[in-house]
Design a protein around this ligand. Structure first.
Ligand code: IPM
Ligand code: MN
Length: 366
């Protein structure tokens, strides 16, 4: 099959890991007989430098004309002192909003060979398999007003605003996902303090009626943060608003041992999606061939599965990543005594070679 994919590498290590997505897609295309037409465009700091805006109309149009979008990461010290509306992060928020990507799926799964890489005890992290469903186009990130006030600008305001419809569609998505998983939803809020959270609870109650086979509970965000460390196995699907989801997903990444392992999908109602690693542009290690490309590569697998329905192709990538880790190869972030430390490019190469081998598919189809 032929698919058109917009690739937005962005800044810092985003540029290095995006290469991983491209190479792995080429390998998948070669092996499974697909043609992936990839077109590149700017976002974030790179776009500010070249197009004087963190997200140009040209990039938005390319994304709209594509079947899916792959994104590296945005941001860096070079652009940190720009006014809020010109920061690289604005480009990321804008593309999410423009494309209507309200559902951010962040799966957290412990890889068997990385159990000892987590700062948490092995007994706590093994068998963890949870999915954070983060609302992505509302809440504090987008509410207006968001500004400085007062004669000396000594007052600042951000607004946490949700409409019932925005909550309904994300909660419904979470229940749908739970239905084909272990049928458990934990809805995370701060209903003891926030009005928006109390409305969120109402929507969860209304939605749950339509999914009688799915068990659900409400949880305060502070308690959820604690339980993610104390007993993460107990979670199946976690659904929450934008800001809480941002924070909890970085926390949950430590279950896998590194933020460099966490992929994500940002989806629209019709299945169109943007796929990006959960990590940022990591300016401290950018350009040093140190970044872990696996979150980006696993995001590419999510694209194949969620937007294109290419399940075997996605499994071939996941299997390849698993095999490379089993062979002891680690990027800098996951290094430990006895591991075979490799750079970003070498890691990409190892995964590509595995994808090209038939073995990977043979074992997933067995
Ligand atoms: C993420 C990132 C972004 C977010 C930033 C870069 C705007 O942290 O995707 O988790 O907060 O959503
Ligand atoms: Mn984040």
């Amino acid at each position: 099959m032929k698919k058109k994919i917009a690739v937005l590498p962005g800044d810092g290590i985003g540029r290095e890991v995006a290469k991983g997505a491209v190479e792995v897609l080429k390998a998948v295309g070669g092996r499974f007989g697909h043609e992936f037409e990839m077109e590149f465009a700017n976002i974030g700091g790179a776009a500010i430098d070249q197009e004087q805006t963190p997200l140009s109309e040209k990039t938005i149009d390319l994304c709209k004309q594509s079947d899916a979008v792959l994104l590296g990461a945005v941001g860096g010290p070079k652009w940190d002192s720009l006014p809020g509306h010109l920061r690289p992060e604005k480009g990321l928020l804008k593309i999410r909003k423009e494309l209507g990507l309200f559902a951010n799926l962040r799966p957290v799964k412990a890889f068997q060979s990385l159990l000892s890489s987590s700062p948490l005890k092995k007994e706590i992290v093994e068998d963890v398999d949870l999915m954070i469903v983060r609302e992505l186009t509302g809440g504090l990130y987008f509410g207006k007003p968001s500004e400085r006030r007062g004669e000396n600008q000594e007052v600042a305001v951000d607004t946490l605003l949700y409409t019932k419809d925005e909550i309904k569609r994300i909660v419904d998505k979470a229940f749908q996902i739970a239905k084909v998983r272990r049928k458990k939803v934990a809805s995370v809020d701060k209903a003891n303090v926030l009005e928006s959270s109390r409305m969120w609870r109402e929507v969860v109650e209304e939605t749950a009626v339509r999914y009688s086979e799915v068990e659900y509970e409400h949880m305060y965000v502070d308690a959820a943060a604690m339980k993610l460390i104390h007993n993460p196995k107990d979670f199946d699907v976690v659904v929450t608003e934008n800001m809480f989801g941002d924070i909890l997903s970085d926390e949950a990444s430590m279950i896998t041992g590194s933020l460099g392992m966490l992929p994500s999908a940002s989806l629209r109602e019709d299945g169109f999606g943007l796929y990006e690693p959960v990590h940022g542009s990591a300016p401290d290690i950018a350009g040093q061939d140190k970044a872990n490309p696996l979150a980006m590569i696993l995001s590419t697998a999510m694209m194949l599965k969620y937007t294109f329905g290419f399940n075997h192709e996605a499994e071939a990538i996941e299997q390849a990543v698993d095999d490379v880790l089993k062979d002891g190869y680690r990027t800098f972030d996951l290094r430990h005594t006895g591991s075979r430390v490799v750079g970003t490019e070498k890691m990409i190469d190892l995964v590509v070679k595995r994808v090209q081998e038939d073995r990977a598919i043979a074992s997933t189809m067995a």
